[in-house]
Every structure is written in C-alpha cells, then in structure tokens.
Design a protein around this ligand. Sequence first.
Ligand SMILES: C[S@@+](CC[C@H](N)C(=O)[O-])C[C@H]1O[C@@H](n2cnc3c(N)ncnc32)[C@H](O)[C@@H]1O
Length: 212
Amino acid sequence: MQPIGAILQHLYAARIIGAGPLRIPTHMSYRERISLFRTAKQIPKGSSIVEIGSWIGASISIMGAATESPPAPLVCIDTWMNEGMSVDPGSGPLDKKSSHMGEKLSTYEAFQKNTAPLEGRLTKIRADSTRVSAADLPKNIGLFFIDGDHSYDACKKDLDLALAVSGNDTHVLCHDFGVHRGVTDAVCEYHAAGKVILHKLVDSLAHLAIPA
Ligand SMILES: C[S@@+](CC[C@H](N)C(=O)[O-])C[C@H]1O[C@@H](n2cnc3c(N)ncnc32)[C@H](O)[C@@H]1O
C-alpha cells in the first residue's frame, strides 16, 4: 500500500497537470512534474518545445498537456534504446532504485503508445542527441528540456545545442542536477562561465536562464 503522503501528492499533482500524463512512469518527482508543467504553460503562443531524452513519454506528455490550446509543436530527441543510463559512480541514491538502468532495450513502442494523444503535434528525432544540430530544430523554441545522456560530455553537448537555438526568453531546464555528477558539473561550469544562469532548482530540476 502507498503511504498517505504519496497519495496526497499524486492527487494534488493530478489536479494541476491532469491524471493522464501522471499515469506514465518517470523518475521525476511530483514537484518536478508540476514545475515542468507550470514552466511549459508560460511559453509564448506559437513557440515550440524541444526535449532531449523522452524515454516512455511522461515528461513530454506533461509539457503537451500544458500547451494544448493552441497546441505547441513538440520535438522529442531520443535513441529510444535506453542509451547512457548506466549508473554514474558520482550519482545519488535514485539510481540504485532504477531497475532499467544500464539495460539496452527499445522503449520506442511504449513511447508511441503513451504519447498517442499527442499525435499530430509530435516530431520524433530518433538519433543520438550529440549528432543533432540547430538546423534540425524549429526556430522559435519556448522551452528546451534536457534529460538524455547524463554524462558530462554529452550534457555539455546538449547544453550547447540548447544555447544555439535559444533566445533570451527560452526556458532551458535540466533534469538530474545534483543527482548525476555529469549533469551537475556541466551546469555548474556553464553557470560559472556566464553562459547560463541557474536561477531556480526544484528538487533536481534546474531552471536555467540565458543571460541577455
Ligand atoms: C531519464 S530518461 C528520460 C526520461 C523522460 N524525460 C521522462 O521523465 O519521462 C533518459 C532518456 O535519454 C535517452 N538518451 C540517453 N542518451 C541519449 C543520447 N545520447 N541521445 C539521445 N537520447 C539519449 C535514453 O534513451 C532515455 O530514453
């Protein structure tokens, strides 16, 4: 049986986000999911959402639910092969609970099934994110969410791509800050270099702003 606190958190999140996206498994906490939803709600009409690391569709479904009317175009980049999910020696306890970590298996079918309600607004780029370039992405991006390969090198490349396509009002969000050492080091390095401003942290969801 679930503890009462978890049930209450679920009910609270369902009131804000809706029950549908919350049914899809994810490692994001309720607070992170609500913050992702609220940030997506703020993007200007006509702008797109780009996500690196979609796994089985929970986070893109949350952002999709926040931007239904008018429907924001959604771009998902993933190999859908569970890439880069091996345990990082510098990581926190969340990793040890994750049974799928390190297994190479296709998550594409589950993603397709779970994101069926978003069909028509979803562009899938099935590729290694480090090989995706700005030319592959839309021009006007309101939110860029990074949750792919958590290694330092890959995270820096994902941040470089986000910075190449972002304007001053683009929300750049990075999951697993403070959980995976690679993500934490990459974000801190970019913050120290003045490339991004780490302006809010909700659990391990880092909200980055682009300096003017
Ligand atoms: C933690 S999961 C994403 C979870 C998802 N954001 C959610 O909460 O619903 C990370 C995903 O990144 C993908 N991934 C890892 N390395 C990648 C890479 N180099 N290029 C593209 N996708 C990658 C994996 O296949 C996996 O689906």
